[in-house]
Design a protein around this ligand. Sequence first.
Ligand code: TYD
Length: 229
Amino acid sequence: MTEGVPKSSLRGRFITFEGGEGSGKSTQIKILADRLNAAKLRAIVTREPGGSPGAEIIRHLVLSGMGKLLGADAETLLFAAARDDHVHAVIKPALEQGIWVLCDRFADSTRVYQGRLGDVPPGVLNAMERVTIGDLKPDLTIILDIPVEVGMQRAAARRGNAAPDRFESENVAFHQKLRDAYRDIAADDPARCVLIDANTDANTVATNVWTALRDRVLTTDATREVTRV
Ligand code: TYD
């Protein structure tokens, strides 16, 4: 597709958003996509589990609680199968065409939900990552951090009368561990991750997301113009 052209000059940027329930990921991704598009950078928004037709079918299965019945290892395999399809059908082709990919959750979600909370050993997760994502590493991972009670209240308000999904129905202790796990990932990989306080209004969070992007990603010739936006 991009034969003869150095990949680095054309490749889109891969930005992932992570965080607990009610942290505002989808709002922030949309704001960022609009901002990039306004700056004439092509960007798509996608999500995990899901994002490609095959992976959306698996999403339905896991969020219905079906994966939980199979046990943590098998549930992890379902997330990995979904990721494999998503990476190969959507993410890599877009990046190769120079399109930015903004992804709502990615491999860190597996590390946190299945690894830290589901006790799936790191060796198993490493093996699955080798197969599904290989050397595809996000250029930047935005981790939205919010106190558990606030996030759970927001998620409940958004849900209305609908039943909570597989993970929303877990208790406060689960969500606290989740938050701690994300904070640890941010501390362990500061070159890739930025932890952003999401316990404030959406505009302030969006400004902080943009600043992180500007300082860490929009530094090459191809994208420098955008920093003036
Ligand atoms: P979703 O409705 O997309 O929720 P959210 O708004 O919180 O992103 O549900 C996705 C759920 O799947 C979420 O609770 C996290 C969980 N999940 C995993 O357990 N492992 C994974 O690898 C991924 C991508 C998601």
